[in-house]
Each structure stands twice: as structure tokens, then as C-alpha cells.
Write a protein that binds this ligand. Structure first.
Ligand code: HEC
Length: 120
């Protein structure tokens, strides 16, 4: 039973992390970080995005994608949203919602483990 549970746990983890990883890639590739920050922390007038409600972020991205903006400042988002598919938005909002700041450190640790280690 414990065995089954841990399998299930691993499964749900890898599932979540793949949308997360895809979202992260898009976030970097599409240049979102240049305004919203590498840690989704926001810069000046650009809002932070980390751990914000997924439904609301989805709604906003879909609106920007449809070229709807409420303020002149929001117009800036339109060119970055028009090319996004529904799947892209799903991955991006998963990344934003689940964002963990120490992620690069965790990665480093993972890599360390795959190389094995001598007695710690
Ligand atoms: C050129 C700068 C810039 C880039 C690049 C950019 N954004 Fe934005 N983003 C903005 C601005 C400006 C707003 C609107 C802020 C406001 O409402 O006043 C915004 C708003 C948002 C919002 C809504 C946040 C809220 O509080 O309503 C989301 C979600 C978002 N951006 C995601 C993204 C994603 C995902 C990308 C990459 C595909 C991206 N942004 C790229 C400038 C940028």
C-alpha cells in the first residue's frame, strides 16, 4: 500500500512539474521575464505574477490574446499574448501559480543526486 501511494505521488509530481517546466520554458523563451522578472517578482510598473490565482491569470492572458486591454499600459501585453495557444496559457498559468523561488537550487540538488554521492 505504501508502495502504491508513493508511485501515485511520483506520478502526480511529474505531471505537475511537466506543465510547470513547459510553462517556465515559454516564460523564458517569450521574454516574459524581461518585464515581469526572472522570479516573477515584477519590475516597476510590471505586475508580479508568482503564485497568483490561476483563473484570473488565464482570464487576463485570454483577454490580451483577443487584443482587449483596459488601460494603455496593458496594451504592452498584447503582442506577447497573441501567439499563445490555450495549451501555452495553461502551462504558463501553472508555472505562475505553482512558482517556487528556489527552483534553480532544487535543480542543482537533483543533478547532484544523479551522479551519486559518496557517504553523507
Ligand atoms: C514589454 C513588457 C512585458 C512583457 C514582455 C510581458 N508583459 Fe505581461 N504585463 C505587462 C504589463 C504592462 C501588464 C499590465 C499591467 C497593468 O495592468 O497595468 C502586464 C500584465 C500581465 C498579466 C496580468 C497581470 C495582472 O495583474 O492583471 C499577466 C498574466 C501577464 N502580464 C503575463 C505575461 C506573460 C505570460 C508574458 C510572456 C508571454 C508577459 N506577460 C510578457 C508587461 C509585459
Amino acid at each position: 500500500m505504501r508502495y502504491l501511494l508513493s508511485i501515485f505521488f511520483l506520478f502526480s509530481l511529474s505531471d505537475a512539474s511537466s506543465a510547470y517546466e513547459l510553462g517556465k520554458k515559454l516564460y523564458m523563451k517569450n521574454g516574459c521575464f524581461s518585464c515581469h522578472g526572472r522570479n516573477l517578482e515584477g519590475v516597476h510598473k510590471y505586475p508580479y505574477l508568482a503564485n497568483r490565482a490561476k483563473g484570473y491569470m488565464t482570464y487576463k492572458l485570454q483577454r490580451f490574446r483577443s487584443k482587449i486591454s483596459d488601460t494603455q499600459q496593458q496594451e504592452m501585453m498584447i503582442p506577447f499574448a497573441v501567439g499563445l495557444s490555450d495549451q501555452d496559457i495553461e502551462n504558463l498559468t501553472t508555472y505562475m501559480y505553482e512558482f517556487v523561488e528556489q527552483e534553480s537550487k532544487e535543480k542543482y540538488d537533483d543533478e547532484y543526486q544523479t551522479h551519486g554521492h559518496g557517504g553523507s
